[in-house]
Design a protein around this ligand. Sequence first.
Ligand SMILES: [Zn+2]
Length: 64
Amino acid sequence: MSATRDPASIVDPPACYACSVRRSLRDVSPIAPDYEIRSFECPKCGTLLRLVAKCETCSSDAAG
Ligand SMILES: [Zn+2]
């Protein structure tokens, strides 16, 4: 058996350390041609966790 990674795997939202519940994706803001900030909100305490992730669905249009 081998652990394989799906190429089109969806990034799982991180969990809130205080509530131990899964956060939900609240907002996505592009910061660079290939990068974006994903805001995850905790449904219980309402805190936001922002993570910088590589945008896999963005169409790289800024060439030159
Ligand atoms: Zn929480």
